[in-house]
Design a protein around this ligand. Structure first.
Ligand code: GAP
Length: 516
């Protein structure tokens, strides 16, 4: 299946099965804002628990925080967001569509890179076993010419971004003959800066209302509480503060479903370290976070690091963990070595000391910070796009059928088990209801008696339920039931008494956490 088709089907599936709905849908929706349905909210909560436990439960030097969304407006002046949290935007005069100038250029670079990849793949097919990719890349004239284009363009692009040279950004678009994907023309406006923060007013006009911002990242809530947590928790460096919460950005281009939203959720952890040790910690957190992603079992080939060439003014190292979405490798998580920039800025703007007294060194200093920052919604998209499968099944009469199945890791699945009486009589529903009643304190269970058993299995496959329990007439005789496994569709007979232990072992978060 073409990846684009897969993505469209995935979006439709999320809506049809109660995972994600467009926000305000009866009013024709609100651009780049989404609601999570009955299964979506469960999956989201499980993702958050996996992250939270891996940070706060497994590390005795990491604690949690829940800071307010509204914060003093000077915080955003100090952090640099008021002056510099901008994206360069450009409009196409014919289609009237708005784009991020940097994204247009990045997409153009990706197209050239695709040409190289195609050339390499063609050669691999032609030469088979004896193919030497490195040598091919170093000698093939077409690959070399395209690589040169990429390198030249990257140099020019990085310089324009670093110097915030908007005229040069437009010139790059013109020189590379980049067209609007809608109108196909090169009739562009000038590039302008656009601040991504949403603002609102606090207090009534009579009192003199204050302009405040909806936070564009949760991190600043951690920075401004750094000493509160350190002192009250008697934390010793190195230590971390973890937080999960909503963030808001007025994104210029909000596309690709929940990948880029205007209201989203972040899971961020700031790790405070001794100055000079930050690059070691940066390396360590890169490894830890990659392991966290890969423990879900979606295949290590679907992840990669993308180290930043252009560093933000406050960072001395930065990387993204990218996942292979149906629309290509894209960032899911950022890991940044933010130096002492944020704490220093808050010290300057608030006039309050942000120093830590290190008892081992016998001196005070402003700690350096390693940040790990991941979007809950983007992680949700990662999980659901990796889990979505369409399988061709052979029926008994020789024809084929398509089974849609969400192969979610059991711990993340919204419903852990569905309990189904084979028929709605002979006392089978009562036994099924009793099983649900007994197990619902431990797992999210669902009772399902509607439609044929085959259709019920398919419904559970489509929402990703890993286990289905069926009660049949044999249950009346020997108190045994069948347990059906979502991924293999195999069935096994087990006694009702064993159910709790069997399921518990399979769906527990412990198994996942122990891999870390
Ligand atoms: N505190 C650092 C920070 O916010 P970022 O790279 O701008 O860094 C971190 O964002 C993560 O937040 C991204 O890797 C992504 O997963 C998520 N994210 C950022 N903008 C988003 C958006 N508009 N919609 C959904 N997720 C977003």
């Amino acid at each position: 299946m073409a990846q684009e088709d897969k993505f469209k089907k995935l979006v439709a599936h999320c809506k049809e099965y109660g995972y994600v709905f467009p926000s305000s849908e009866i009013y024709d929706g609100l651009s780049a804002v989404y609601d999570y349905g009955q299964y979506g909210v469960e999956l989201k909560n499980n993702i958050k628990k996996y992250w939270w436990d891996s940070m706060v439960l497994l590390n005795d030097n990491i604690v949690g925080l829940d800071s307010a969304i509204f914060m003093h407006p000077t915080i955003w002046k100090a952090s640099g967001h008021v002056d510099a949290f901008n994206d360069p935007l450009i409009d196409n005069k014919d289609s009237k569509k708005r784009y991020r100038a940097d994204v247009l250029i990045e997409e153009h670079l990706a197209k050239i890179d695709d040409k190289i990849t195609k050339e390499v793949e063609k050669a691999r097919e032609r030469f088979g076993e004896s193919f030497d990719e490195k040598k091919f890349r170093e000698t093939n004239p077409r690959v070399l010419a395209n690589q040169l284009k990429i390198d030249d363009l990257n140099t020019r692009f990085s310089k324009a971004l670093n110097e915030t040279d908007l005229v040069e950004l437009k010139q790059i678009i013109i020189d590379n003959e980049i067209v609007c994907p809608i109108s196909g023309t090169r009739n562009w406006t000038d590039v302008r800066q656009f601040n991504l923060m949403f603002s609102t007013e606090m207090g009534s006009t009579a009192e003199g209302a204050n302009k405040i911002y909806l936070r564009p990242e949760t991190a600043q809530g951690i920075f401004v509480n750094f000493l509160n947590v350190q002192k009250t928790g008697r934390m010793k460096i190195p230590f971390g503060i973890a937080q999960i919460g909503k963030a808001f950005r007025n994104e210029i281009v909000a596309r690709q479903f929940i990948f880029r939203m205007r209201e989203f959720e972040q899971m961020e952890m700031q790790f405070f370290v001794q100055p000079g040790t930050e690059l070691e910690w940066f390396k360590k957190w890169k490894e830890v976070r990659m392991k966290w992603h890969q423990a879900l079992g979606f295949g290590s080939e679907n992840y990669r690091f993308h180290d930043h060439v252009k560093l933000a003014h406050y960072a001395n190292a930065a990387t993204d963990i990218e996942f292979k979405f149906p629309f290509g490798f894209k960032e899911v998580e950022g890991i940044h070595s933010r130096t002492d920039y944020d704490l220093k800025q808050h010290q300057e703007y608030s006039g309050k000391k942000m120093q830590y007294f290190d008892p081992e060194k016998g001196e005070s200093y402003i700690p350096y910070v390693i940040e790990t920052s991941i979007g809950v919604d983007r992680m949700f998209l990662q999980v659901i796009s990796a889990a979505y499968h369409e399988e061709e099944l052979k029926k008994e009469d020789g024809s084929t059928d398509i089974r849609v199945v969400l192969r979610l890791p059991s711990f993340l699945a919204p419903v852990k088990l569905a309990v189904m009486p084979l028929v709605k009589k002979d006392g089978l529903p009562e036994i099924a209801e009793k099983i649900v009643h007994d197990l619902k304190f431990d797992f999210n269970c669902q009772y399902d008696e509607k439609d044929s058993i085959g259709r019920r299995y398919r419904r559970q496959d489509a929402i990703g339920t890993p286990y289905c329990i069926t009660i049949d007439h044999q249950t009346l005789e020997d108190k045994s039931v069948t347990i059906r496994y979502r991924d293999t569709m195999e069935q096994e007979r087990v006694s009702i008494e064993q159910l709790k232990e069997i399921i518990k072992e399979k769906v527990s978060i412990q198994g996942l956490l122990k891999k870390l």
